[in-house]
Design a protein around this ligand. Structure first.
Ligand code: PMP
Length: 401
């Protein structure tokens, strides 16, 4: 018999498992609102035109080879990524205080950042919002950090529990790491206002907490790359230290290319050099060096003004379609007279709506309407289209009445 005979069946990932169940359903009306991947109005995955164009440029360039990248990745990509999140005129970049390494998308950036902190930072506790992306606690626990939560979402208002957030971060031990979603909080779609961000910044700095920004949706929340980076930039502007994990999965549609970046903003250039040397020691035994293709696409797009502008237009079109889905769903529920206040659908931002539906209602919608979503009531607005909105509205209506 197998030496692995004792191995128990592992549970399906709570988010990716939704797609597994969806794929098994033969119903022609089925809708997958589980995984956060953009779909067109026709329900198809989208490769941006500017990405196709960049790939064409790469293919036609005979100087391009398939050599290993350095441990830290593609140098151009790293510089351009830091510029994208911190702003072209960021003092931290001008003063060479930023250590940036190319990582395996957002997840890999969080993991490398977590492992670096577990090895070199004096406080091993990281506070993550409640709720948060389901992978956060697993990534940071396996990185060697101790995970605690801070209050974030208020089910009663379907908005931010700002008081709870301030109390919990105020009670955190000095030096603790705080994970913040830069914009478009997943799964709630609820972000602090600029004034609230400023209060959070003051509290974090006054207590000597260390901010770690997860930026998986820059440009996807509002359609503006700068507006969606504002939270991060106020923390860089005060001269203090922080980490950011960037992903190009959503905003360039490069999901499967696994392209992202970890940046650590330091007090001085010499600290940044030493930090980078230690990031290399984290990365080398994990996967040696990152893949070249996705980072080359990103660098090609970001470094040329024309392709950069094309990208921002396509990005805004994706953000706008999602916003329009919010309005269509809200209007459809209003038209049906569905009981309850559904204004959170249009107030929340980013890829997801946190509907407030409970797990029994979700199970009912899956069984009777073939609508697939995570059991916490989160729906991916990017998976909706004008064609599927009425079906979803019917399902929600039936679930709550
Ligand atoms: N952070 C958050 C909040 C996310 O929603 C995601 C994607 N679902 C990620 C990080 C990482 O995604 P990826 O590794 O595909 O870039």
């Amino acid at each position: 018999s197998s030496v692995f005979a004792h191995v128990a069946q592992g549970p399906e990932d709570p988010i990716l498992g939704v797609t597994v169940a969806y794929n098994k359903d033969p119903s022609p009306v089925k809708v997958n609102l589980g995984v956060g991947a953009y779909r067109t109005e026709e329900g198809k995955p989208l490769v941006l035109n500017v990405v196709r164009k960049a790939e064409q440029m790469l293919v036609n360039d005979p100087s391009r080879v398939k050599e290993y990248l350095p441990i830290t990745g593609l140098a151009d990509f790293n510089k351009l990524s830091a510029k994208l999140i911190f702003g072209a005129d960021s003092p931290a970049i001008q003063e060479n205080r930023v250590a940036t390494v190319q990582c395996l998308s957002g997840t890999g950036s969080l993991r490398v950042g977590g492992e670096f902190l577990a090895r070199h930072y004096h406080e091993r506790t990281i506070y993550i919002p409640l709720p948060t992306w389901g992978n956060h606690p697993k990534v940071f626990t396996l990185a060697g950090l101790s995970v605690k939560t801070y209050r974030y979402y208020d089910p009663a208002t379907r908005g931010l529990n700002f008081q709870g957030l301030i109390e919990d971060l105020g009670a955190a031990p000095s030096g603790a790491i705080v994970l913040l979603h830069a914009c478009a909080h997943n799964p709630t779609g609820v972000d602090p206002t600029p004034e609230q961000w400023e209060q959070i910044r003051q509290l974090i700095r006054s207590k000597g907490l260390l901010p770690f920004f997860d930026s998986a949706y820059q440009g996807f929340a509002s359609g503006s790359l700068d507006a969606d980076a504002q939270s991060v930039r106020i923390f860089v502007a005060d001269g203090g230290e922080l980490l950011t994990a960037q992903s190009y999965a959503k905003n360039m549609g490069l999901y499967g290319e696994r392209v992202g970046a970890l940046s650590i903003v330091c007090r001085s250039a010499d600290v940044a050099v030493r930090v980078e040397s230690q990031l290399k020691l984290v990365i080398r035994p994990m996967y040696s060096n990152p893949p070249i293709h996705g980072a080359s696409i990103v660098a090609t797009i970001l470094k040329d003004r024309e392709t950069y502008n094309e990208w921002t237009i396509e990005l805004k079109a994706m953000a706008d379609r999602i916003i329009s889905m919010r309005h269509q769903l809200f209007d459809a529920l209003k038209a049906r007279g569905t009981p309850g206040d559904w204004s959170h659908i249009i107030k929340q931002i980013g890829m997801f709506t946190f509907t407030g539906l409970n797990s029994q209602q979700v199970a009912f919608m899956t069984k009777d309407f073939h609508i697939y979503m995570t059991s916490d009531g989160r729906i991916s607005m990017a998976g909706l289209s004008s064609k599927t909105v009425p079906h979803l509205a019917d399902a929600i209506h039936a679930a709550v009445t």
